[in-house]
Write a protein that binds this ligand. Structure first.
Ligand SMILES: [Cu+2]
Length: 388
């Protein structure tokens, strides 16, 4: 029996209706098409939808923008661009027998904003960074089709770390613009695995945005939680200067020197703050599938003001409890779970905090009653920004 991954069950996933609508809208999917498949999503052109982006508090640009005509021209170059849409959390598999699951991904080369007035030529799966979350059961056979959009300029392929086979699938999935390729693999191991493009120069393709997660649930599934989120860190290298208006391409020199201009969650500065902050309520339990596309930097993933109740170390089967910060290497992932006990804005960071000033921050906004047994102000300090 075959199944196509779909987004129909998003609303059954603990996501609020508003979140579901927002995420579907971000994918360019209208409500009547809620049952559309990942394949159907693929047919949509890379719509870079207009979204209001908040200015990131604490974000400091160390470079001075050009003045006069130069700045005007640079700003004009990105005037039609906005942030990439965000990928949805795939619905849980639930308890069922192994089956054949067909997945289609389309590689797209898209110009979009990585920061306010800073454009970048992203390489993507399905027009989002990270690419779509693929979610299957251990023992499923996955038939994966990769299509290279005809408007692209370069070949692409896919290496999934969940694959046991040559190149993780990369060897037989190189496709030129307009071509497609298909292979099957059996999901032997449960866990959360990174997938990425592996066409040379590999670091260029990955650090231009070509990564995502495949979740392989164990036969019994994952325990239910109130909400799930999908976050991936990535480092970006521009032929230009951080914060300076303009449209930039990838810098291999900076990549090889491991000196990123930006380190961000989900593809751009501010992609998980302001209107796009993760939303939850006091008393809820949330799960974050967190991956690191890299290509170079190991993440010290931390949420300011919270403690992870439990963490699936390296997204494997060993769970550690009461964890403050967890290490996620490039090409690696984790699952963190936490119950939310107190309202406020909890900030997702890579605790190598210099990277926060390069964009690595997001907000988990928690609403609900404040329990003074958990936290209360006795005598406040000076009313200056705390940095958190
Ligand atoms: Cu590629």
């Amino acid at each position: 029996m075959a199944a196509i991954l779909n987004v129909a069950e998003l609303s059954s996933k603990g996501l609020s209706r508003r979140q579901v609508l927002q995420r579907l809208a971000a994918l360019g999917i209208a409500l009547p098409a809620v049952a559309s498949t990942v394949a159907a999503c693929n047919e949509q052109q890379p719509t870079v939808t207009a979204q209001t982006q908040p200015t990131m508090a604490g974000m400091a640009h160390t470079q001075t923008a050009p003045s006069g005509a130069g700045q005007a021209a640079a700003t004009t170059a990105v005037s039609g661009l906005s942030r990439l849409p965000l990928p949805a959390v795939a619905p849980p598999v639930g308890k069922r027998e192994p089956q054949l699951v067909r997945v289609e991904l389309e590689t797209r080369e898209v110009q979009a904003l990585i920061d306010d007035n800073v454009g970048f030529t992203f390489f993507t799966f399905n027009g989002t960074v990270p690419g779509p979350m693929i979610r299957v059961r251990q023992g499923d056979t996955v038939e994966l089709t990769i299509k290279n959009h005809p408007a692209n300029k370069t070949p692409h392929n896919i290496d999934l770390h969940a694959v046991t086979g040559p190149g993780g699938g990369a060897k037989y999935s190189v496709v030129l613009p307009g071509q497609s390729a298909t292979f099957r693999f059996k999901a032997l191991h449960p866990g959360v695995f990174v997938y990425h493009c592996a066409v040379p120069p590999v670091p260029m393709h990955i650090s231009s945005g070509m990564y995502g997660l495949i979740v392989v649930e164990p036969p019994e599934g994952l325990p239910p939680v109130d909400r799930e989120f999908y976050v991936m860190q990535g480092d970006f290298y521009l032929n230009g200067t951080r914060g300076q208006p303009g449209l930039y391409t990838f810098s291999l020199d900076k990549c090889l020197a491991e000196q990123p201009d930006y380190v961000v969650f989900n593809g751009s500065v501010g992609s998980l703050s302001g209107d796009r902050a993760l939303q939850a309520k006091v008393g809820e339990t949330v799960r974050i599938f967190f991956g690191n596309g890299g290509v170079n930097l190991t993440s010290s993933f931390h949420i300011i003001g919270e403690v992870f109740d439990r963490v699936a170390l390296e997204a494997g089967t060993i769970w550690s409890e009461h964890v403050q910060t967890t290490t996620v290497p490039p090409g690696g992932a984790t699952i963190v779970e936490l119950r939310l006990d107190y309202p406020g804005d909890y900030v997702l960071v890579d605790h190598a905090l210099g990277r926060m000033m390069k964009g690595a921050m997001g907000v988990l906004h928690v609403e609900g009653p404040a329990d003074s047994e958990i936290f209360q102000v006795v005598t406040p300090g000076t009313n200056l920004p705390s940095g958190h």
